[in-house]
Design a protein around this ligand. Sequence first.
Ligand code: MCN
Ligand code: CUN
Length: 793
Amino acid sequence: MTAIEEHPTPMGFGRMHRKEDVRFLRGHGNYVDDIVLPGMLHGAVLRSPHAHAKILSVDTSAAQAHPKVRAVITGETLAGLNLAWMPTLSHDVQAVLATDKVRFQGQEVAFVVAEDRYSARDALELIDVEYEPLPPVVDARHALDEDAPVIRDDIEGRTDNHIFDWEAGDRARTDEVFAAADVVAAADMIYPRVHPAPMETCGAVADLDPVTGKLTMYTTTQAPHAHRTVYALVAGLPEHRIRVVSPDIGGGFGNKVGIYPGYVCAIVGSILTQKPVKWMEDRSENLMSTSFARDYHMHGEIASTKDGKILGIRVKVLADHGAFNGTAQPSKFPAGFFGVFTGSYDIEAAHCEVTGVYTNKAPGGVAYACSFRITEAVYLVERMVDVLAYDLGVDPAHLRMRNLLRAEQFPYLTKTGWEYDSGDYPRALRMAMDMVDYDELRAEQAQRRELNANGESGDLLGIGVAFFTEAVGAGPRKHMDILGLGMADGAELRVHPTGKAVLRLSCQSQGQGHETTFAQIVAEELGIPPDDIDVVHGDTDQTPFGLGTYGSRSTPVSGAATAVVARRVRERARLVASAMLEVSPDDLEWEKGRWFVKGDPEAGKSIQDIAMAAHSSLELPEGVEGHLDATCVYNPPNLTYPFGAYICVVEVDSDTGQVRVRKFVAVDDCGVRINPMIVEGQIHGGLAEGVGMALMQVMAFDEDGNHLGGSFMDYLLPTSLECPSWQLGETVTPSPHHPIGAKGIGESATVGSPAAVVNAVLDALKPYGVRHADMPLTPAAVWRAMQGRPLRP
Ligand code: MCN
Ligand code: CUN
């Protein structure tokens, strides 16, 4: 994108500048750390230096004696309040402050409340904890060894580190298909542990009013209503006396779905001191202790005929969930939506097994724009298709084209039970191939390979193709809940007498531009200009209940709720207009912004006139209430299935292993686009994240379980230097069950791009006989992959 173009404010869908940017660009955002309350104190967390150790004693006397310290909280303090453990989003428990053992480096051990942030941090050093180190489980592949230390001995009767086994598909049928296939390609791959690393770290200001007993919790959360209910359940506080406020959020990417010990400690600190308590973690704390992503060890197998018709896919996964099972996903889905691992292909049978294990690492797993583990699933299937292409010696784009689902197969029920709602996959892939000039690139590559083989040095050229289908918009209540809360979303719309409106939502923007796009949905449906519509979210006292923003569910669920409330208001407006115009409602016709008499377009009333009349003394028809407002709870009938075709072109320096992304073409289909500019922004961000994961990022640990990625010097974020100028293409296949035909887009690019980048690098290394190498493909990893391998023509 070049200079910011001026776009006229649309009356509905279109490229409208973000309303929220007026405050963000001028430095007037209001984040949790901007909140300052009278008498506010500051909290800091003491963390474990060990990955696994018994706690022998905790001496807080010196810290208590610090002149500025107001309270020191330990696991023992919390145990006295029955708060030492809290439920996780996966029906496990997690220590708020450790009592018996520490189970990962960085785990929360004590909490100091002091008059200022610095004193709180200083006092942490005065706490004396005696540990007895235990051997840690660092490599998930050894978590189930006979002699592996048992991490969760707090759970009665537990003698190993096993969490769950889960499977999907038809094992017997899949085995049959594999037995009969001409070709079976297999590969082991790791999707490394990575971190969403939002710019704003996590934090809270807990304010328990000693007079009313009401708790106001300003906090970094993607799901304010769900958090409120969990606090009510955990702390036993009455739910109507809890107000969760999520102000401006500086990026979430799934990092802000869960409830962290620091939040609970801030609440307890406020209860004990009767003052507001702020807790804001620093970057290292964020990287060490809050929700990580991925950490899937996958074994994939793909079966095909000798001429490349894919028949079946078989997968075994070992999932590293860290020390507490705190993954955030619907209850029935312990491996998230990994079940869509059959990807975008027409196959006969599929089966997968996932085993989850505990290790001595931070909990989490579902974050970083993952669509509930679809990142892992798409990476697996898209790598497997490339491995098959390698074994068969065929072009990976052509192999995909041959096997993609065809438009006439939708709605399509996958072999693992997902109903893809709509799509035209070959069209998207063809568009991507045209945009990147696929045939010409392959010709250039052939030429370069010949030169390289003849001893002429020069960069290796790689072309990586990936296709993805996502399942977003969780979800139908009958299949999907989080901690028993059904995944529906509320919306309320109120049109004031002068025709200005307020829309109240249960979802919560962390940078996705909801204040703009949700106003645009109302504008599209009612013809009220988006600037006349305020979007209120992130405050449980002000908004209807709903499960929040993650899994790209805002547009599929809250967006649908918004269209439905707007339509309800429109129908109410019709009745009011019929009274104003003294005609039957049936004689009225709608055009954006007004009802008019059929056959007499001059005789009409604008939505603003109708709003005033609805609040006036005008006599309304029998049974029609005054005012112009509506509410809705939207329970989606199905998920939405966005898809896309990505092609990445890289140049690899054969001497250093350095990868340069030369070009990236992304064709996305998220159905109808509300604001194409915001959609493109979402895609740009996700593509950058994909480059980061593929080439730079991993949360590494040493053999003692020491965390090696505690700063941005070690855990690398992609910048404009590593990213090319993205080239985007678009097809529009509306979702047939969504009121405005929209599908989610927030995670698509992160889901689809890592495989495209990795496929591109490995395509460049093909002459060296490299069939697979794991992310991140750092220069060292690429260089190592090439060593000792003769160049093949
Ligand atoms: N949109 C649109 N037309 C569509 C689909 C979406 O105009 N057909 C717009 C939406 O109205 C919204 C935005 O695109 O303004 C993203 O919408 P959606 O796909 O519904 O995703 P959510 O709003 O639910 O956002 C969640 C998603 C997730 S799960 C992660 S992780 C992620 C992502 O969004 N985190 C982000 N993108 C992010 N972008 C920013 N800036 N910050 C984050 O933390
Ligand atoms: Cu998986 S990260 Mo987003 O769903 O918040």
